[in-house]
Design a protein around this ligand. Structure first.
Ligand code: NAD
Length: 499
């Protein structure tokens, strides 16, 4: 019988009652390996009620004790690492070592969240007026929700619920319906770590569940990561319903290769960041911009044999560089972009469209593709491909190269490769993109910094994790108090000032 993945509400596995389910595929074989329940609006409302009940108790637990639960959660996740990585690889298709990286990057946010008591502290001014002291405090919002994409089923839920729960909120996670098993397991582990039932709930579902989250007045904030069209919808609908919303979207990250760059490093980094995880990363490097004819020619001639010799294999193969794409539908979309690039006149230097893995002919495998002579007017350049495809757009100067990511609709990450500190500094300062790498291919900020792109890569302006994450999941109350109250000066009809 096909395995059924349900919901995790109020500390228990709860069967779906909507009668609707989605297929969870094994991307290695293309087979349906499980059915995931798709929640109705009523099921979402039940989860919100559980989270609301849990909020009274959880928000009253002192911040250090809440942090201790997260410490314990971190230990339990570490102990369960192999199992989590297997679940992840099996539904997503990324290779096991990369799945462990996914879990580990999430754990780094949990480590950060263990220190949230420090960031929850308010400010204090003694003697702001006669007998008057002013202080501020950060308080949790209440029930908050996270809606997450398929490509980091461990890290991204942990970005959100780690910080939210540490701040005293209770949480509804709506994972991607393509790979829901890891978030379900994380919720079990949070309960085992000592979080009361209802603090972390997982409701599986699609648009119906998302819309129920966006319109429920008991949910105070929504954190979203996914594609830009949906991010924009989440932002406009959530804010129209009075919620605080942060919504991260798609990406098209460029690597600028200056003539003085260390080419060995550039080639290694482009291969890893362009093709790792089959290119299904919002911080992948799918565009390289060599500056000058010679740099372009050298880059293409050095990348070509490396792309041709990439090892594509099943997600459990320790020798595979990357595994299958998440679904057949997604693979068709990626191949469609490659077809389009060819039609638009780009030069397809390596064509991986027809790759098949022997013994896994029905799996979602695709070889690496490399395009040269891509131009900014091509649709295949303007859109996010999200597959094992790197496009080379040649530029004649530093300014022309910097204009490409700066003018692109997306502004998530960007990298520059150079030995020239002046150029690197100027680039980091002027480029119109939210996260910059200097000789670093995937500039994903560490947990105690914050993650977020610009332009159509993020709606809402407040980043994930780090101090910004604490601001997102808390509200400030400022208290002005007078002690002793004995001094009287009569009624004052003028606004008090510091004159
Ligand atoms: P997606 O937008 O299809 O799905 C994301 C979430 O939205 C899922 O939970 C899904 O169930 C839900 N959803 C899908 N369609 C919906 C609809 N019509 N109405 C309401 N909810 C809907 O994204 P995906 O394919 O799962 O993930 C890949 C995308 O995520 C890529 O565009 C990638 O760049 C982006 N991403 C961005 C970041 C970032 O931080 N900027 C990080 C990771 C992934």
């Amino acid at each position: 019988m096909t395995r059924q993945i349900n919901h995790f509400i109020n500390g228990k596995h709860v069967d779906g009652t909507s009668g609707r389910t989605g297929d969870v595929f094994n991307p290695n074989t293309g087979e349906v390996q499980a059915k995931v329940a798709l929640a109705s609006a009523d099921e979402v409302r039940n989860a919100v009620a559980a989270a609301q009940n849990a909020f009274t108790e959880w928000s009253a637990v002192n911040p250090q004790r809440r942090a201790r639960v997260l410490f314990e959660f971190k230990h339990l996740v570490e102990k369960d690492m192999d199992h989590l990585a297997e679940l992840l690889s099996n539904e997503h298709g990324k290779v096991l070592a990369d799945s462990k990286g996914d879990v580990q990057r999430g754990l780094e946010v949990i480590e950060f969240a263990c220190g949230v008591p420090h960031l929850m502290k308010g400010e204090y001014t003694e003697g702001a007026g006669p007998g008057i002291d002013v202080y501020s405090m950060r308080q949790p919002l209440g029930v908050v929700a996270g809606i997450t994409p398929f490509n980091f089923p461990a890290m991204i839920p942990m970005w959100m619920f780690g910080v939210a729960i540490a701040c005293g909120n209770t949480f509804i996670c709506k994972p991607s319906e393509k790979d829901p098993s890891v978030p379900m397991r994380l919720a079990e582990l949070m309960l085992d770590a000592g979080a009361p039932a209802g603090v972390l709930n997982v409701v599986n579902g699609d648009k119906e569940a998302v819309d129920a989250i966006l319109t429920d007045p008991r949910i105070h904030a929504v954190s979203f990561v996914g594609s830009s069209a949906i991010a924009e919808y989440i932002y406009s609908t959530g804010t129209a319903h009075g919620k605080r919303v942060q919504a991260m979207g798609g990406a098209k990250n460029h690597a600028i290769v200056m003539p003085d760059a260390d080419m060995d490093r550039v080639v290694d980094d482009l291969i890893g960041a362009g093709y790792g995880s089959a290119g299904e990363r919002c911080m992948a490097l799918p565009v390289a911009v060599p500056v000058g004819q010679e740099v372009g020619d050298e880059l293409v001639s050095r990348l070509k044999p490396r792309v041709e010799s990439l090892t594509v294999g099943v997600s459990t193969d320790p020798d595979a560089n990357y595994g299958p794409l998440v679904t057949k539908e997604h693979m068709a979309k990626v191949k469609g972009f490659v077809d389009q690039g060819v039609k638009e006149g780009a030069e397809l230097v390596v064509d991986g469209r027809d790759f098949q893995l022997q013994g896994y002919e029905n799996g979602n495998f695709m070889g690496g593709c490399l395009f040269d002579k891509v131009t900014p007017d091509m649709e295949s350049y303007k859109e996010e491909i999200f597959g094992p495809v790197v496009q080379i757009v040649r530029a004649e100067s530093f300014d022309e190269a910097m204009a490409l990511p700066s003018n692109h609709q997306y502004g998530n990450g960007v990298a520059i490769y150079t030995q020239d500190g002046d150029a690197a500094r100027e680039f980091a300062s002027r480029v119109n993109v939210g996260m910059v790498g200097v000789n670093v291919p995937i500039p994903v900020p560490l947990a105690y910094h914050t993650f977020g792109g610009w332009k159509r890569s993020a709606f809402g302006g407040i980043n994930q994790h780090g101090p910004e994450g604490v601001r997102f999941f808390t509200k400030i109350k400022t208290v002005t108090s007078r002690w002793p109250t004995g001094v009287r000066s009569g009624s004052d009809f003028v606004i008090p000032t510091m004159k």
